[in-house]
Design a protein around this ligand. Sequence first.
Ligand SMILES: Nc1ncnc2c1ncn2[C@@H]1O[C@H](COP(=O)(O)OP(=O)(O)OP(=O)(O)O)[C@@H](O)[C@H]1O
Length: 572
Amino acid sequence: MWGAVRPHAARLVAAALAGVAAEVCGLGLVATAAWLIARASQRPELAVLSVAIVAVRGLALAKGSLRYVERLAGHDATLRALAELRGRVFDALAARRRADGGLRDGGALTRMVSDVEAVQDLLLRCVLPGIAAVVCGVVGVAVCALVAPAAAVVLAAGLVVAGPVLAWAAARASGRAAARVAAGREELAVRALDVLEGAADLAVFGADGRFAAAAGTAAAGLRRAERAAARVSALVAGAGVAVQGGTVAAVAWAALGAGAGQVGAAVAGLSALVAVESVLPLAAAAQRLREVRPAVRRVEEVLAAPAAPRPSRPVAVPRGPLPVELLGVHVSYPAAGGGAPGRGRAALDGVDLRVERGRRVAVVGASGAGKSTLLAAVAGEVAPSAGAVLLGGHDTSRYDAEDVRGAVRGLMQDAHVFAGSVRANLLLAHPDASDGELEAAARRARFLEVVRALPDGWDTPVGTGGHGLSGGQRQRLLLARALLADPPVLLLDEPAEALDPVMADAVVRDLLEAPGGGTLLLVTHRLAALDAADEVVVMDRGRVVQRGRHEELVAVPGPYRDLWDAELLAAA
Ligand SMILES: Nc1ncnc2c1ncn2[C@@H]1O[C@H](COP(=O)(O)OP(=O)(O)OP(=O)(O)O)[C@@H](O)[C@H]1O
């Protein structure tokens, strides 16, 4: 993580120095003002006071300006570091997704985004106040030492209590209080959701009063926890002020005792006031540090994940349709609840499969058999824990990952419709496609009729905030996009799943019979059109259990015939 912060360290140090200088100006301002007031009470010549009068004005102006510079440089450095960190985290996530299939869900990604945001607080609210507190404390002690060494010792002791000791106590006390508040909020959210979402059912069963009372109890519990947390914060603030007052009085008393005179005692006391003031924010910084530490740890874990190895001399991906080969491929996802990849049940368990260039192969099997994982392994989205995936005769690791992504594409299970026009969504796959190519792909996917019925045709906005598409229309758009890409290896994961059976079979038949195009691996649950496939691969529990043409497979007892009989029965 510090790798992302380091390039901006100079700005961060400048911010810290400006913050320190602002505090020192504050210290100088108070000390000079104190001297001025004390000296003025002795009615000296005006000339004796004139330097101090100018200094007070100058220090006041400098303090404000330096505080502004600190905010500007601190936020500038932090936002630049965050931008850099975000890039690194997303690269690491992409590498990790390929390596172990982890963090595939949006929730995890969202959490990661807020975790990165937490680093902002670490820099602005913990690191910068920390630096300012240390430097101001040292300067305050030095000023007191010039007045009276005994006062400096007292101030140092006061700073230790107001700084590290109070910060430690505050972090401990507020940590427990914050945990109780978080638990109370969760309890209330669950109860409130039950009451709101289940209101009709609760009323029918006459249980609404009981559930509302439970929600009320949860709300009361949360109120108590919040009051306790507020008491902790008030106590910490009060303790800080008490330590500050006690330290100032003790420092002034020590200075007087050491014979520093009234002016000296005033300067030492006010220096102590400002020095302790600068360390008091450490309590809030420690509380915040406790909150952001888990987030920062998660970011560091993601960044520490091993990056996908890059070939030193990548081989060029051959042109045209490519043969695909899997040799003893094993893939395991991490077990539920975390753990290392490879510990869970194998999603692919030693798959050997060769698909000649240009062949159209259908992959079938029960739900969870490993069909999507097979496509993900060919696409390089998951890395096998054993075995190899060959593309055009070479292990995919010998190609540049970007080239493999260009050569092996299609419609995967988590495909996304982007906010933009229908045309823009399709052109993502082939930015230079002509209108004719666009129409041909849409026709093959049975999407052209959908486009014609849309209010603005190809220019209708879809995706987030756009025109709503039904599940089947959305799937046809995604299929049209995959077909427009026309890659050397086309992977289609259940391209007709959301369509009615008749249209689904027609689409699958078209895909399998269309002339030209790349090598095709098509996952499907419907078998009616598979007589058009060059070969059918049947999977069960991560293994290939049968292979052959549709007619051969239905002719013999086995898993394929069972699937076929089930489909005929369902249709009857
Ligand atoms: N991201 C993941 N994390 C953990 N386990 C996964 C993940 N994706 C798939 N699996 C598991 O791997 C196994 C194979 O899943 P896969 O999605 O490849 O099966 P499938 O044959 O495509 O199923 P379906 O027809 O239902 O889509 C299943 O046991 C599934 O629970």
